[in-house]
Design a protein around this ligand. Structure first.
Ligand code: FMN
Ligand code: SF4
Length: 518
């Protein structure tokens, strides 16, 4: 019987040498005349073990990692094909604690299946949600999503069902589903991993959204920095179209839905939904004032659902298993699971899907294993470049939208970036202002001018020039940006700055200029 060996084609694995491993494996298999098929899967999300090679055995899949091309021959000598012992052997993949302790709902198939095999997708529970949806009334689908408690995973945490209801009820001969796959937040990669590792789940989620709201056309808006995700999505869309999952008659029903991928040049602000719409229409990525909401007047002035990749990819399992199944996970008003992306100076970086409610300390210390440098953790930035820096004193904060907001933080797209005690928080605050200045769309003054002034003030504090006065000025500037900006880029840049000032005041009191010069 042909043995299956899995070697990821995920961009993170490729960056760590997966292509060289696959080439070496193919050559060795041919030279040894082995009956082996190489499957290029997605990533399991354990970045420190990539490239992670797996072999299918009667006992389940056995993992080896991190594998280099030069390890391939010795691994085959050691009996890799039958799961043989070797120093790189990690045992059964599903038993690796980082994976075993997760609740994989949205990422259930990622790394498990062949991303471009629709048969494999079906064999692992795929299309069951869509099969149910084609037989349901649109309002019933919307009600199911609403009852599941699903909130947008792109950053704002807005209830997905309510957004869909608005589009369903909006009048319009054409409606659109736009998937926000811009994924600009620092330390985030969940959208990319799904698009590369399980693209059909996003297609299925978008088709369900189309049926639920009366939209017949969808766009996945992503960035040019994601070439592997773009290729995987485009191939998967063609396969889905050929199989009747997309097109004029979804799964043989009276519903039509088709979709395509559009690539932006890669600007952080183009992840903001109205700026994204402008970019998608071929215009400059300038933020639009709201109202009108995109749900009323979105793409080409038509009612439009804009949802993050993970929001849409979570819908198939909700339809398949029911709202109550999904809602039973989580805490408070944060229902279901969230793919936490652990990055920065951390030992075990990767993607960890879990029900809401883990504390930040559990995520950083236990799951992440502390810093990669072995030094103490100083700060953790949660929620991308607009997220607050949390010190160890706030590590008891549970991963929950409201709990983070209560401590002047945000979950955002669930990216966490870990810093050790060598981090200079004044420099991080300056970086937040600089990032905003570079990425600002320029439409409103507090953000366009304020961010540049913010960099200057941070530099003055660093130089020891009137530090007290300049700290006050920085706080005042943050207040103006927070309340005077048109969108969250200018409005949330104060979060990393103010949190750095509040929790790490010592970094904002450098030695006076004269002393420093002596
Ligand atoms: C500056 C800025 C950048 C954003 N970038 C993204 C992004 O990359 N991906 C995303 O899904 N949402 C992003 N958002 C949030 C979107 O505006 C919007 O809330 C989201 O796409 C809605 O989808 P959801 O309800 O499924 O989260 C960004 C918002 C701002 C203000
Ligand atoms: S806050 Fe910044 S990015 Fe947002 S509209 Fe104003 S200038 Fe543009």
């Amino acid at each position: 019987m042909t043995v299956k060996i899995y070697i990821p084609q995920d961009a993170a694995a490729l960056a760590l040498g997966a292509e060289r491993v696959a080439t070496a494996m193919a050559e060795e298999i041919a030279a040894r005349g082995l009956d082996v098929a190489i499957v290029r899967n997605g990533s399991r999300g354990m970045h420190w073990l990539e490239p992670l090679v797996e072999v299918e055995t009667a006992e389940g899949r056995i993992a080896y990692g991190p594998v280099k091309a030069s390890d391939v021959a010795p691994l085959l000598d050691a009996g890799l094909v039958s799961g043989g012992a070797h120093p790189l052997c990690l045992g059964k993949t599903e038993e690796i604690p980082f994976l075993k302790q997760q609740t994989r709902l949205t990422f259930a198939r990622c790394g498990v299946t062949d991303p471009l095999s629709l048969d494999d997708y079906r064999a692992h529970g795929g299309l069951r949600g869509l099969e149910k949806a084609v037989a349901m009334q649109p309002a019933a689908i919307v009600a199911e999503v609403t009852e599941s408690g699903l909130r947008g995973r792109g950053g704002a945490g807005f209830p997905t069902g309510i957004k869909w209801k608005t589009v369903l009820e909006a009048a319009g001969s054409r409606k659109y589903i736009v998937c926000n796959a811009d994924e600009g937040d620092s330390g985030t990669f969940a959208d990319r991993m799904i698009m590369e590792g399980d693209p059909f789940v996003l297609i299925e989620g978008m088709a369900i959204a189309g049926i639920a709201t009366g939209a017949t056309k969808g766009y996945v808006y992503t960035r040019s920095e994601y070439p592997h995700a773009i290729a995987a999505m485009e191939q998967a869309i063609e396969i889905a179209r050929a199989a009747g999952v997309l097109g004029v008659s979804i799964l043989g029903s009276a519903h039509a839905f088709d979709m395509e991928v559009r690539t932006g040049a890669g600007a952080y602000v183009c992840g903001e939904e109205t700026s994204l719409l402008n970019s998608l229409e071929g215009k400059r990525g300038l933020v639009r004032a709201k109202p009108p909401l995109p749900a009323h007047k979105g793409l080409f002035d038509c009612p439009t659902v804009i949802n993050n990749v993970i929001s849409l990819a979570s819908v198939p399992i909700i339809l398949d298993k029911g709202a109550a199944f999904y809602r039973d996970f989580g805490m408070g008003r944060s229902r279901g699971t969230i793919p936490i992306q652990i990055a920065g100076n951390v030992k075990h970086s990767g993607l960890y899907e879990a029900a809401f409610g883990l504390t930040l300390g559990e995520i950083v210390d236990e799951i992440g294993g502390g810093t990669a440098s072995g030094r103490p953790v100083k700060a953790v930035q949660v929620g991308g470049p607009l997220g607050a820096y949390f010190p160890r004193a706030l590590f008891d904060t549970p991963f929950d939208y409201e709990a983070f907001a209560a401590r002047d933080g945000l979950i955002g797209h669930a990216g966490i970036v870990v810093f050790d005690d060598t981090a200079d928080m004044l420099k991080q605050a300056r970086f937040a202002m600089e990032f905003c200045a570079v990425e600002s769309c320029g439409k409103c003054t507090p953000c366009r001018i304020g961010s540049t002034r913010g960099v200057e003030v941070a530099d003055k504090i660093a130089a020891g020039i009137e530090p007290e006065k300049n700290r006050e000025l920085l706080a005042d500037l943050c207040n103006t940006m927070k309340f005077g900006s048109l969108c969250a880029l200018g409005g949330f840049t104060p979060y990393p700055v103010v949190s750095a000032m509040t929790h790490f005041p010592e970094d904002f009191s450098p030695a006076p200029a004269v002393e420093a010069a002596e």
